[in-house]
Write a protein that binds this ligand. Structure first.
Ligand code: DQA
Length: 151
């Protein structure tokens, strides 16, 4: 029996629990649960089943990544500010060994200089930034293709 590999973990890092309080000109003004609802609809349209995780604890984020290979077939990672300095999270993503796409709501290439650096460089299949919530839709499409789903 073949089991469909269609589970996508969508991981959010530090400060995403209060997304609606963050600068709407960068982050859109939605709450995380509103964003997750949109992601769920887009994922299901593509035949994907999303699971969500958010924490403000770097250690918990790493521990979730350690378990990821048992929980999901692919991942979307928006680690927030950790993206720019947490080698620990990069190492943990490497351990997870599932296809991953890095997403940022804001255009990290054209903000502060320090946001240009990503510890996930070379570890992710793609990086999507500056497209707001739509960036997650694009990431889901890329992962659906990688998992051999859809047209
Ligand atoms: C972010 C960009 C990061 O630079 C920032 O620290 C965040 C959010 C984004 O989605 O645009 O927390 O990852």
């Amino acid at each position: 029996m073949t089991v469909a590999a269609n589970r996508v973990a969508v991981l959010h890092g530090v400060n995403f629990d209060v997304l609606e309080l963050r600068d709407p000109s960068f982050y859109g003004g939605k709450s995380l649960s509103e964003l997750e609802h949109e992601i769920t609809d887009w994922a299901r349209e593509l035949g994907l089943e999303p699971i969500f995780f958010q924490t403000n604890s770097e250690g918990e984020f790493c521990e979730y990544l350690h378990r990821l290979r048992d929980l999901a077939d692919a991942a979307i990672v928006n680690a927030g500010a950790w993206t720019h300095y947490s080698r620990a999270i990069a190492d943990a993503l490497e351990i997870a060994a599932v296809p991953a796409v890095e997403v940022h709501l804001s255009d990290v290439e054209n903000r502060d200089e320090w946001r240009r650096l990503s510890v996930f460089d070379g570890l992710v299949a793609a990086k999507v930034s500056g497209k707001g919530a739509e960036g997650y839709r694009e990431a889901l499409g890329l992962l659906a293709e990688k998992l051999g789903l859809g047209s």
